[in-house]
Design a protein around this ligand. Structure first.
Ligand code: F6R
Length: 604
């Protein structure tokens, strides 16, 4: 997820592009750049860091009389956040400039082809191939035709905006990454979302997948990629800028919960092909005696699920350690250990210190990180990026689900490398996830079940979350979500542990959330529910969509789509995220900024 802005018209382009980028900074903020057309050709400025750095650099440039330009704020996916990797990207002659959101899946193939034709690449990005490809097909100032020909070769997703030194027109195209076109008086705008251009116009058109728009300041044509002209509806925007940045959701957390189908799709992208799992790192697994997974908070919960995956799929013993504990107990780590550090931000101080401790003892290290180029990503031997997109809400949601998916994928990848067969049912179920999550979210929205439960349960001051097996960490995660944003004290336990102490707490003021999929522990969970009921406790139960028994024990059920055991933690956590969100919101708490918490914990 990055941000694109483009402008052509009678006003100076730079201030418009810059203010648009500032509005889009929530979509990506590791580097940015602007390109404008001057009398010398295409001139640009790029900077690593926040938009303010770019603004500073632009103050020494005289771009006042430039009336056309494109700009980008980046959330790195391929290549670290550096000035060279920042957009815009150019072809070798300086004729073509592009800004791109999305992922070009076959960029390596295209890059090899272009290098063989003598093209020199300057960045590590997948996006740069687009500039060279468009340049290859650019003839007679016909930018549209060059873009279409280039896109015919591309696999993957794009929100793309292209300008050239000699063409009077700009071209924008979309597949998978949103683009909106703003129509003004003798001026046109393009952006990844309307917040960037709303100050200037409220009349917009939304591009659909496989559509492009060719435009100058006075006219435009929307076409499909085969060249047919399309009639497009113009919308009048009534929302405020704040509403738009959050995609119409009240909070970033809710938006990020709803982004999970797309985040999961991006995490899975390119990983499953020909009934196999693909990663591009190569660890000698035969020398590995043990895997240690280390992390904090929500990431530690995904690590606990990872333990099940690795032990089941690789038959290698796994230990999961809080990073803060690991680093201070002089852990017995050797070069035969693989240490996996999980971190959304890639900057958590304790996880980083644990990683350094493991490295100093000779362990091999693998990072599972969302923020490209973050410290953990740079310091591990191997890194796998989540591709979940920026997570702004303090409570982690889409990072958790994508971490769990990556852990499952990596465990299957290791299984293959150890010469064992991968169960194709697991691969099929993984691929079904984006759709299942999307359907489930739709269903929750339609029935309003979770919102209603939240209203009933917000009066409590305590709650217990119980689950077994792979769903025990989901119970921990559900309890963490609730406590951190609603300030209701909540704890997660393995359901069977209840009898060993927590059952003493059960009375009418202690609601218990059960995660009760129909797996091999289902009967036991039912008995635990009976025990709670007998003591007057209120039950909320997450059940399989075809469950018929739990309704005899409680009317408070949330039905979750059926799947296999490995996938159920990913599906089960989503209603728990929503339950915590709706409880906190109905208590009037600022969900995105709960008290005492920060998004990235860079201190001990
Ligand atoms: C909870 C939450 C935190 C983080 C923890 C680790 O919702 O977000 O518990 O999971 O601070 O952060 P990362 O994953 O960035 O290392």
């Amino acid at each position: 997820m990055c941000g694109i802005v483009g402008y052509i018209g009678k006003k100076s382009a730079c201030p418009i592009l810059l203010s648009g980028l500032k509005r889009l900074e929530y979509r990506g903020y590791d580097s940015s750049g602007i390109c404008v057309k001057t009398k010398f050709g295409l001139e640009y400025v790029k900077r690593k860091g926040r938009i303010l750095e770019l603004e500073d650099a632009l103050s020494s440039k005289n771009f006042k009389n430039c009336f056309v330009g494109i700009a980008h704020t980046r959330w790195a996916t391929h290549g670290e956040p550096t000035e060279v990797n920042a957009h815009p990207h150019f072809d070798s002659t300086g004729e073509i400039a592009i800004v791109h959101n999305g992922i070009i899946e076959n960029y390596m193939t295209l890059k090899k082809m272009l290098i063989a034709e003598g093209i020199k690449f300057v960045s590590e990005t997948d996006s740069e191939v687009l500039a060279h490809l468009i340049s290859k097909f650019y003839e007679d100032c016909n930018l549209e035709s060059a873009v279409v020909k280039a896109l015919e070769l591309v696999e993957g997703t794009f929100g793309l905006l292209v300008m050239s030194k000699t063409s009077e027109k700009l071209v924008a195209a979309r597949r998978g990454s949103p683009l909106v076109v703003g129509i003004g008086e003798d001026e046109m705008f393009v952006s990844s979302d309307v917040s960037a251009i709303l100050e200037y116009t409220r009349r917009v058109m939304y591009l659909n997948d496989d559509e492009l728009v060719v435009f100058d300041a006075h006219s435009y044509a929307v076409k499909n990629l085969k060249g047919a002209v399309l009639g497009k509806k113009i919308h009048e925007i009534k929302w405020s800028i704040d509403q738009i940045e959050k995609g119409g959701y009240k909070h970033f957390m809710l938006k990020e919960i709803y982004e999970q189908p797309t985040a999961i799709e991006n995490t899975l992208r390119g990983r499953i092909k020909d009934n196999k799992v693909w990663f591009d790192f190569n660890i000698d697994l035969f020398g590995i005696r043990r895997i240690i997974i280390t992390a904090c908070g929500t990431s530690w919960h995904s690590a606990l699920i990872g333990k099940y995956y690795f032990e089941r799929n690789c038959e290698i013993p796994v230990e999961v350690d809080y990073a803060s504990e690991f680093r201070y107990r002089n852990p017995l780590v050797t070069e035969n250990d693989l240490v996996i550090a999980i971190s959304q931000s890639g900057e958590t101080a304790d996880t980083l210190a644990a990683l350094r401790e493991a490295k100093s003892k000779g362990a091999k290290t693998l990072g599972l990180v969302n923020v490209v180029g973050s410290t953990i990503a740079r310091e591990v031997d191997y890194v796998v990026y989540l591709h979940a997109g920026p997570e702004i809400g303090v409570a982690s949601t889409k990072a958790f689900t994508t971490q769990v998916i990556d852990l499952l994928l990596i465990s299957l990848f290791f299984r293959q490398r150890l010469g064992k067969k991968v169960d194709s049912l697991v691969l099929e179920e993984l691929q079904l996830l984006p759709e299942k999550v999307s359907l489930m979210l739709e269903q929750f929205e339609k029935t309003g079940t979770i919102k209603k439960l939240a209203e009933d349960f917000k009066k409590y001051s305590n709650a217990l979350y119980l689950g077994r097996g792979m769903n025990f960490p989901v119970a921990l995660e559900g309890a963490l979500k609730l406590k951190e944003i609603s300030y209701i004290h909540s704890e997660g336990y393995p359901a069977a542990e209840m009898k060993h102490g927590p059952i003493a707490l059960i009375d009418k003021d202690m609601p218990v959330v059960f995660i009760a999929p129909q797996d091999h522990t289902y009967e036991k969970i039912l008995s635990n529910m009976e025990e709670i009921k007998a003591r007057g406790g209120e039950i909320i139960a997450l059940i399989d969509e075809n469950d018929s028994l739990v309704s005899h024990l409680t009317k408070n059920t949330i039905s979750v789509m059926s799947s296999i055991e490995e996938i159920s933690p990913i599906l089960d956590v989503i209603p728990l995220q929503l339950l915590a969100y709706y409880i906190a919101d109905s208590k009037g708490i600022d969900v995105d900024k709960p008290r005492n918490l920060a998004k990235s914990v860079t201190v001990e």
